[in-house]
Write a protein that binds this ligand. Structure first.
Ligand code: 8YV
Length: 335
């Protein structure tokens, strides 16, 4: 029996690619080029499975160009690069990598909060530039972290991880806003209080964004929301570019309408809004919140496990959609 053909759309750990080769006929993008949609479609045209990252879009055009495709396994917990409805209608399974990155990403969110509030990047640049000549009482005096109010927008697993760190580790008062309230037990465990978005923005010293990206969450933070925040507040985005209006944020930072921001994700990344590159009170990192060796290995392993389980007939481990049975059956027969 011929093995399913799998496309690994970006470079991954060589041993995980090797493991996939024990199950499948595998093509790996070993050069790690970010393909255009047309290049991705050309490579996926004869494949039954694809292992993607957030950089590859699986949409109606790709589905039409890859008639045999049955599963796209994303190496990410966020899957806004998938048109999940178009995939379900076309009979294509989508999977993601939840849980394995939760604590690592929460660690990074907290690190970015601390670096931002305590002005670590700005002061390091000052030192490297040879500008440190004397101690001053207010030199790089930032915002307090311990005992302050932490506002979390998006209280999924990562948001809860940040809440636990803030409440239990730093004695912070935690308020959160989410589409739905957590159970009383989870609220107690996270020591978190549910509030409306406006109240959160007006009262938090540090606002952390951890919402999934969708049309509904586009520009969750724009000029109007920034205007509600305290002038001493910090804003942290580890969710997705597009959750924040980056141009409005750069203006607010430049004019001192909020104190500082820490950003790991950007609208149109890897491009970064030029105004963000010139304001001093922002810490910028290149989408690395899940980037520890152990966690990236766990993400790649789970994506591979999803492909293996799916083609073994055990079903996907961490599905993000439910393909229609009839369309899925048609795809299974397509040659
Ligand atoms: C990934 C992420 O590194 O999991 C996510 O949703 O944003 C990151 O952990 C990135 O999406 C690459 O796939």
């Amino acid at each position: 029996m011929t093995q399913p053909r799998i496309l690994v759309a970006r470079a991954i750990f060589p041993d995980i690619a090797q493991r996939l080769r024990q199950h499948f006929d595998v093509e790996v993008n070993t050069d790690d080029v970010v393909w255009t949609p047309a290049e991705l479609a050309a490579r996926a045209a004869d494949k039954q499975g694809v292992l993607t990252t957030g950089s590859e879009r699986i949409d109606a055009a790709l589905l039409a160009a890859a008639p045999q495709l049955r599963i796209a396994a994303n190496m990410a917990v966020g899957y806004n690069n998938f048109d999940v409805d178009a995939m379900a209608a076309a009979g294509v399974q989508g999977t993601n990598t939840p849980d394995v990155l939760t604590e690592t990403t929460a660690d990074f969110g907290f690190a970015l909060l601390m670096a931002t509030a305590r002005r670590m990047a700005e002061s390091e640049h000052f030192l490297r530039a040879g500008l440190w000549k004397k101690w001053s009482y207010d030199m790089f005096a930032g915002g307090e972290v311990h005992g302050s109010t932490l506002g979390i927008i998006g209280m999924g697993r990562i948001g809860q991880g940040i809440a636990r760190r803030g409440a239990h580790g730093f004695g912070m008062k935690v308020v959160y806003h989410n589409r739905s309230r957590l159970s009383a037990a989870l609220e107690a465990e996270c020591k978190a209080t549910y509030v409306g978005k406006e109240e959160l923005l007006a009262t938090a010293d540090h606002v952390v964004l951890v919402v999934p990206y969708s049309a509904a969450s586009h520009h969750t933070i724009g000029a109007a929301e920034l205007a509600l925040m305290k002038p001493t507040a910090t804003l942290i985005n580890i969710a997705r570019g597009g959750i924040v209006d980056d141009a409005a944020l750069a203006a607010a930072l430049r004019e001192g309408r909020i104190a500082a921001a820490g950003l790991d994700v950007f609208e149109g990344e890897p491009s970064v809004h030029p105004d963000l590159l010139t304001v001093p009170n922002v810490v910028l990192t290149p989408h690395i919140a899940s980037a520890t060796v152990a966690t990236r290995r766990a993400m790649a392993t789970l994506a591979a496990d999803n492909l293996i389980a799916f083609f073994d007939g055990r079903g996907p481990l961490t599905p993000v959609n439910t393909p229609t049975a009839q369309a899925a059956a048609m795809r299974a027969l397509a040659r």
